[in-house]
Design a protein around this ligand. Structure first.
Ligand code: BGC
Length: 704
């Protein structure tokens, strides 16, 4: 939402609105329960907000959209399909803002053509907790990477005159007890980490709306946290759009605390932003001006994103073209973690390939579970009645794709249910591909980082029988790999989306050179984590009986503290000296790159440049990462994704946002860059610097 948007339209509409019309705009409804019933032409997803047709204010038809236009609320409606992009953590692993913007523009266009004009996208919560069931919906653990990519995702969506959120504001770091916990963190640490990701995302993406989170932050609920909503978001950042609540995250008519719109209400709800708001108006605890301010913010965003001029209308969708984008994204975000003796790409001499597990004969796990789920084009591969939080497989089969790509080889399949049988078959094959799968879902965190259902034993047996074993991980985030020494190669495919099986085959065969780099650290053990056990997990566990928003019965409120503070993810490993299994930023290629000639400029505007060359034999892309040591801990301060032909060399320039080199001074209320000399490193991951330099910075204070 353009911060400088002209308010004339919004102001003139506001003047003509009745109180009832205003109250309609500050409350969203469940489109399936709203009275009177909506006509069939209104697209029905997560939410609906009544418009003011007489004044040209369109209704808002809202859909979830972390990885595509979500369509699995309730029972699966056959034929109701949408393009499933890979998971957001895979998008983050591309480190490619342009591609993220293009992929998100595709989702935005599909949404518009399905009749939606608001997307509940832009998940930028930092992935601090690797067991969080929703990490697949987020852009990784670093504020610069996550904020930048979320900003571009929002920009892509809104380029279609479809309004996007950024969510969930803020510190929604785990699913366990998400609606009752308080996430406690010092203001300075919060400003330098999770808030910074939002700040950057908002600056780049200008989202029409910010969705406040379920949890409390330092004691106050996200949707009634006046400090965060009024002081940080509006006063400090100058945000002019509106704040909508997460679904069921409202606890009162908290319009003065900074919430503008309650979402997803049902006729049986408490009526916080309807009956209770009317009562508050009557009692004088809320004024007409308070309501007007919120209505103006909503109208302003509707105008800034161009919703009024582009009312929702259904159009035919080019699913083939959109599917190609989904595959391209997958091909750029899948990460090659290990490749001993160049086991990959599959050599021309390989004649027999055994694929094990993951239902790879029919498809691939398409995504994680919850509100973001997408029933992909082509339908579900396994006949599961897909409902919220259940596994869904796309029809993109790695086995079929390998057969098509390698006509000289025989590709067979073993379902992996009997490790001994699979190991026996593995022994006879030239090469083995075994799928390791971890399903994660909204409302639940994973118990631990091991692959579930005895898969570690299966992989160990297969890789033990044949060292030419490639493990393909299909997971929502990091997992442990007790079998790592035995495996020849490991590919992290995340949830690779609708054409995931094809993308995996393209990389295995070398038709595509892998270029993804980890957006999350892979721990060597849970003991390395700031919180070795998930706060509250002992109370929630794997309880099946939960309320609508995932809360197990009888769970009591609790606090989450963050020993790592601003040092989320790799910074914590840097600080504690712990050696992860695979570091942040890691990702191998089938070619090699060489770096030289780092030059830095300091002063008040830090920046650097260096040369990168492809010294191998294939075209490929590398992600050159720039880190600075601030207060003794490495921080990502910039990066460049460069695609080069063999022998090609390029000079890369990285400008650094001084806030990344600063501490937030709470007392002075500004960012403070301490004058002095800083260590700068360029690396292919956070642990492996290939170039080093010193940078001198001026002492600087920057107002938020
Ligand atoms: C999720 C949001 C989502 C909303 C609407 C909530 O449970 O936390 O991310 O946008 O539901 O489906």
């Amino acid at each position: 939402m353009a911060q400088s948007a002209d308010d004339t339209w919004a102001e003139s509409i506001l003047k003509q609105m009745t109180l009832d019309e205003k109250l309609d705009l500050v409350r969203g409804s469940n489109p399936f329960t709203v009275k009177p019933r909506l006509t069939p032409d209104v697209a029905k997803g997560a939410g609906y907000v009544k418009g003011v047709p007489r004044l040209g204010v369109p209704y808002l038809a809202e859909s979830d959209a972390s990885v595509g236009v979500a369509n699995t609320m309730g029972a699966l409606r056959p034929g109701d399909v949408a393009t499933a992009l890979p998971s957001t953590v895979l998008l983050a692993s591309t480190w490619d803002p342009g591609l993220v913007e293009r992929g998100s523009a595709m989702i935005g266009s599909e949404a518009r053509d399905k009749g939606f004009n608001v997307l509940l996208a832009g998940g930028v919560n930092l992935a601090r907790e690797p067991r969080n069931g929703r990490n697949f919906e987020y852009f990784g653990e670093d504020p610069l990477l996550a904020g930048t990519l979320a900003g571009h995702a929002i920009r892509g969506i809104q380029s279609n005159h479809v309004l996007s959120t950024i969510k969930h504001f803020v510190l929604n770091t785990q699913e366990t007890g998400r609606t009752i916990l308080t996430a406690n963190m010092d203001e300075g640490a919060l400003r330098e980490s999770d808030l910074l990701a939002f700040e950057i995302g908002i600056e780049i993406g200008q989202p029409g709306s910010v969705m406040c989170a379920y949890n409390r932050i330092n004691g106050a609920f996200g949707c009634e946290n006046a400090f965060l909503l009024n002081d940080v978001l509006r006063r400090d950042w100058g945000y002019k759009g509106f704040v909508m609540s997460d679904w069921g995250a409202v606890h009162g008519p908290s319009i003065r605390q900074g919430l503008d719109q309650e979402s997803g209400t049902n006729p049986t709800d408490a009526g916080y932003f309807s009956a209770q708001l009317r009562a508050a108006l009557a009692a004088g605890t809320v004024s007409g001006a308070d309501v007007d301010r919120s209505v103006l913010r909503i109208l302003r965003s509707i105008h800034a994103v161009g919703l009024a001029g582009h009312p929702p209308a259904r159009q035919p969708i080019d699913y083939d073209a959109n599917g190609r984008i989904a595959q391209e994204v997958a091909e750029r975000g899948i990460v090659l973690l290990k490749n001993e003796h160049d086991l990959l790409p599959i050599a021309a001499t390989v004649r027999t390939i055994l694929v094990v597990g993951g239902h790879a004969d029919v498809g691939i796990l398409v995504g994680g579970g919850g509100s973001s789920q997408v029933n992909p084009v082509g339908g579900a591969a396994l006949k599961v009645p897909a409902v919220f939080g259940k596994k869904l497989y796309s029809n993109s089969s790695p086995v079929a794709a390998l057969r098509a790509a390698l006509p000289q080889a025989t590709v067979s399949f073993d379902d992996g249910t009997d490790p001994r049988r699979a190991a026996e078959a593995a022994r006879k094959a030239d090469l083995v591909v075994v799928i390791g799968e971890q399903f994660t879902t909204e409302t639940m965190d994973v118990k631990n980082l091991n692959l579930p259902d005895n898969q570690d034993a299966l992989i160990a047996a297969v890789a033990g029988a044949n060292p030419a074993t490639v493990v393909v991980l299909v997971t929502g985030g990091p997992v442990l790999m007790p079998w790592l020494d035995k495996a020849g190669a490991v590919l992290e495919a995340w949830y690779p989306g609708q054409r995931g099986g094809d993308a995996i085959a393209q990389i295995l065969t070398g038709a595509v050179n892998p270029s993804g780099h980890l957006a999350m650290t892979f721990p060597a053990s849970e003991r390395q984590l700031p919180n070795p056990t998930i706060p509250g997990y002992a109370m929630a566990g794997e309880t099946v009986q939960r309320d609508l928003y995932g809360l197990p019965k009888d769970m009591k409120p609790f606090a989450v503290t963050y020993p790592e503070g601003a040092n989320a993810g790799y910074r914590w490993y840097d600080k504690t000296g712990a050696k992860p299994l695979f570091p942040f930023g890691h990702g191998l290629s089938y070619t090699r790159f060489a770096y030289k000639d780092l030059r830095v400029t300091g002063g008040a505007r830090p920046g650097m440049s260096f040369a990168i060359a492809n010294v191998g034999r294939r075209t490929g892309a590398d992600v050159a990462q720039a880190y600075a040591r601030v207060n003794g801990v490495r921080r990502l301060v910039g990066w460049s994704r460069v695609e080069l032909k063999p022998g090609e060399r390029r000079r890369v320039v990285v400008d650094v946002d001084p806030r990344l080199m600063a501490s937030f001074d709470v007392a002075a209320h500004d960012w403070h860059v301490a004058g002095g000399t800083y260590d700068i490193e360029i690396g292919e991951n956070v642990e492996r610097p290939v170039l080093k330099a010193k940078m001198r910075l001026d002492d600087q204070r920057i107002k938020p």
